[in-house]
Unconditional design. Structure first.
Length: 523
């Protein structure tokens, strides 16, 4: 049996009973089934032997445990195998391309991980005296310097923990600035129809009402609609650039001019900063506030690697309202301004109990230093190149949502090429799992029907992109050949088959409970 270029074994057609392996994929036969840890038989085992306690527990009274603790017991090899087997059931960035559009799931360099584990960074505690962590403060100061340099902005708040938290920080600073002016009549935030869902959610959370800005036929902000909706009641606009359709907002400077002329602030969603880092400074475009997802642009782990970080850069008009604490250069070196007094008297408050996520800061700074100015510029260039390569290679078998002109860091397709086949975007995405690839982002942005949003990131080689393209082209060929069954019930080869996702969302089972054992009357 031979392997083809996308990982599926190629076996000759044969009659049933000949033992052909046409239904298996390359490593499928090596994957072990695995039950939940609570379903394993091992309640009375432990991986270590502990001596009997010298003291009794008589003084604990009613607090002494009367029944088994209810935790599974596994030996060391059983525990190791359990978690390794579970890891084989998940897709991972270290396994293959992770094409989630607007999520930038890219390689995390091991150099960054090594530096983040240095004792001077990994072992510090947020309650340590500042005098014992001068190196950490200096690294944060250098990171802040380069974030400001790359964005062309005069101030940065490091405390936000993620992109949405950064949005909250920026909008709170905007609200504080309006309140300081006595301009309390501004109660509206304008958001494009293609915006990330966190944008309107953040504005509503702060107390603003949200009004949509229309989109043009080529996927960009409708300037005429924006100008018509700007007025004395508008506090801010929230625009992503490059936007969620994977396109650069060509009129971004005019958007900023109109916004400022109306007395509002311009919040830029910086989720896609990796597409322009080193090439465009948002501050030069008229942006007042922008969060930076460190995992998207500067390669810190996305989610599973620990708490995230979403620093927010601020314009001169918003800098005085940045949340405490922040770093200051004093006569005795670097220090944290902890309270809303003196230089921080106009701060809108705090975003979190402590300053930020040290591990994420170390990783992001290591990434910057290892790339340098020319390397960061190449990050943007390669991200855009890879996305346009996918768009060019797939446009003859799938339908680009915006076919005219190049895209930025992600290629967006709609489902018009599936019309009349009986196959949906969801069916196609599920079939990708059988080919060993994680599906792209589906049905987002909502302005594109049946959207398939693909972001290859800058860390993928052409060889890996070609493997991905060949898999998608093969699936597209199966669609056009009318092989509906291959898609309708996919995935066929994953450990779990297709779920009723609507039922799972409405009636989730959030806790495992043991099956009740019925006691017989004779007992």
């Amino acid at each position: 049996m031979s392997m083809n270029s996308v990982g599926r074994p190629t076996a000759p057609n044969s009659d049933a009973g000949t033992g052909a392996f046409a239904s298996l994929t390359g490593g499928r036969g090596l994957l072990q089934d695995e039950a939940l840890v609570f379903e394993r038989d091992g309640w009375f085992k432990t991986g270590v032997d502990l001596p009997e306690p010298d003291l009794s527990a008589d003084d604990l009274g009613d607090l002494v445990r009367q029944e088994a603790i209810g935790l599974p017991g596994l030996s060391e090899p059983e525990a190791m195998r359990h978690y390794v087997r579970l890891s084989q059931k998940n897709h991972a960035i270290d396994l293959a391309l992770y094409p989630l559009g607007s999520c930038t799931m890219k390689h995390n360099p091991r150099l960054n991980e090594k530096l983040a584990r240095l004792p001077g960074f990994a072992d510090i505690h947020p309650l340590q005296p500042q005098s014992t962590v001068p190196g950490a403060l200096e690294l944060m100061d250098r990171l802040a310097h380069w974030l400001k340099t790359l964005t062309g902005m005069p101030a940065v708040a490091l405390t936000p923990k993620a992109g949405a938290h950064g949005e909250l920080c920026g909008i709170l600073a905007i609200r504080a600035a309006h309140e300081a002016r006595g301009d309390d009549a501004r109660k509206v935030v304008l958001v494009p129809t293609s915006a990330h869902g966190t944008n309107p959610a953040t504005a509503a959370f702060v107390g603003y009402s949200v009004r949509e800005i229309a989109q043009t036929a080529d996927g960009r902000v409708d300037l005429a609609d924006l100008e018509a909706k700007l007025g004395p009641d508008v506090a801010a606009i929230m625009v992503t650039n490059p936007n969620t359709c994977g396109l650069f907002e060509r009129d971004i400077i005019e958007i900023a001019r109109l916004t400022h002329a109306a007395g509002a602030f311009f919040y830029c969603d910086g989720a896609n900063f990796n597409a322009i880092v080193g090439r465009v400074r948002p501050g030069d475009l008229g942006v007042d506030a922008m969060h930076i997802n460190l995992h998207k642009t500067f390669s810190t782990p996305h989610g599973g690697g620990g708490p995230g970080a979403g620093p927010v850069v601020l314009s001169e008009a918003l800098a005085p309202f940045a949340p405490a604490p922040w770093l200051v250069h004093g006569p005795d070196g670097l220090a944290l301004t902890e309270h809303e007094v003196d230089d921080a008297a106009r701060a809108f408050g705090r975003m979190s109990a402590f300053h930020g996520q040290m591990g994420m800061f170390v990783r992001a700074y290591a990434y910057m230093r290892s790339h340098g100015a020319d390397g960061l510029r190449q990050v943007a260039e390669d991200a855009v190149l890879n996305a346009n390569y996918l768009k060019a290679r797939l446009s003859d078998v799938m339908s680009p949502a915006f076919p005219d002109g190049p895209c930025m860091h992600e290629a967006l397709f709609d489902d018009s090429w599936l019309e009349g086949t009986g196959i949906t975007t969801l069916d196609f995405a599920k079939a990708m799992i059988d080919e060993g690839f994680h599906p792209m982002t589906m049905y987002f942005p909502l302005v594109v029907h049946g959207a398939m949003l693909i972001e290859p990131t800058e860390t993928e080689s052409r060889q890996e992109l070609d493997r991905f393209v060949e898999a998608l082209r093969a699936l597209a060929g199966a669609v056009k050949a009318g092989d509906v069954d291959r898609f309708r019930n996919a995935p066929h080869l994953a450990p779990m088959r297709r779920l009723d996702e609507t039922l799972a969302a409405r009636k989730p089972r959030l806790r495992w409970r043991p099956e009740a054992v019925q006691t017989l009357a004779a007992e």
